[in-house]
Design a protein around this ligand. Structure first.
Ligand code: FO1
Length: 314
């Protein structure tokens, strides 16, 4: 079984490649829920939904979140009542949020509702939210505001300078059922090329997670989300400095530190291999720009091979 620490789009692309290399039923993604928000009375889980829609082949191809063949009739009608949704929910996407919200109201934990949703979309990869407890990623801006991640990223287009990021509610959150067991029992743990600050750190911030990743007998291999000093997608380059990390493949490896047994960088960053190896982290370079599923499958294969090499070393 292969455990993947996963955020949204980068993780979805990677997991799609991984299921070309190993059976989907052997893949378990532990997914960030810090992006989640209550909006128009519904519970929205962007990272869980992005991965579900990607793996079901239903994701909006340009946006890479939300549904393809989407319409926005409900969003437009909501304006009639004065709801100016800054966070756009498509009609098909709304069905997912309506089902999730109904089931949560009936008392089902998010991890159980997620099983229902992935089953309904025919997704065989098991997605587990890192916690069933209420947490949310909060952004502190240089002008002193405290914003929900989505208010920062979507509401303000990621423009404000960020001075701090935290997972509010983490102190009382518990790993969802199966999360710790998955990490301990895995043959390999892969840190997907997701945003290190608002996807991976917000998974590790749940008590017990960092310890599980740090103590698992499984090799832990990460994929750099920074290529050639640039972020592939999103805003990690604006958030890494706020947590004292350099915006580079080596900087993110150092940020994850002793959790890593292996680190996969893009060919553009092959020159940094020695620096990362000097930190005791096995490092290899390969194509990490997952423009198509073949590249993603080859990347996943390389991660598993590096995990095998590291397992042999122990
Ligand atoms: N991103 C946007 O830039 N604008 C939106 O209106 C928006 C709506 C939205 C609705 C559902 C959903 O699952 C994701 C949505 N996203 C939107 C993307 C979202 O902000 C990202 O998927 C992650 O939260 C950050 O990577």
């Amino acid at each position: 079984m292969y455990a993947v620490l996963a955020g949204g789009v980068g993780a979805a692309r990677f997991i799609r490649g991984l299921t070309r290399v190993v059976p989907a039923g052997e893949v378990v993604a532990i997914v960030n829920v810090g992006d989640d928000l209550a909006h128009v009375g519904l519970r929205i889980c962007p990272d869980l939904d992005s991965i579900t829609y990607w793996l079901a082949g239903l994701v909006h191809p340009e946006q890479q979140w939300g549904r393809s063949d989407e319409s926005h009739t409900v969003a437009h009608e909501l304006r009639r009542f004065g709801h100016e949704p800054w966070f756009t929910l498509g009609d098909r996407d709304l069905a997912t949020h309506l089902h999730r919200t109904m089931r949560l109201h009936e008392g089902l934990p998010l991890s159980r509702v997620t099983e229902e949703i992935t089953a309904a979309f025919g997704v065989e990869v098991r997605l587990i939210p890192v916690t069933d407890d209420p947490v949310e990623t909060r952004i502190t801006t240089a002008d002193g505001r405290d914003l929900h991640f989505q208010e920062y990223w979507v509401g303000e287009r990621g423009r404000p300078e960020v001075t701090a990021v935290r997972l509010a509610g983490a102190e009382t959150a518990r790993p969802a059922p199966g999360v710790v067991e998955t990490l301990i029992d895995a043959d390999a743990v892969i840190i997907a090329p997701s945003n290190p600050v608002v996807s991976i750190d917000t998974i590790l911030a749940v008590p017990g997670l960092r310890e599980a990743v740090g103590t698992t007998p499984a090799p832990v291999v990460g994929v750099s989300p920074i290529v050639g000093g640039e972020v592939v997608r999103g805003m990690a380059h604006k958030l890494l400095p706020a947590v004292g990390a350099e915006v580079s493949a080596a900087g993110v490896a150092r940020h994850y530190g002793e959790l890593l047994d292996g680190w996969v960088v893009d060919r553009q960053d092959a020159s940094t291999i020695d620096e990362i190896t000097a930190h005791g982290i096995a490092c290899v370079a390969t194509d990490t720009m997952m423009d198509d599923v073949e590249v993603a499958a080859a990347l996943a294969q390389r991660c598993l091979a590096l995990a095998d090499e590291r397992r042999a070393d122990t």
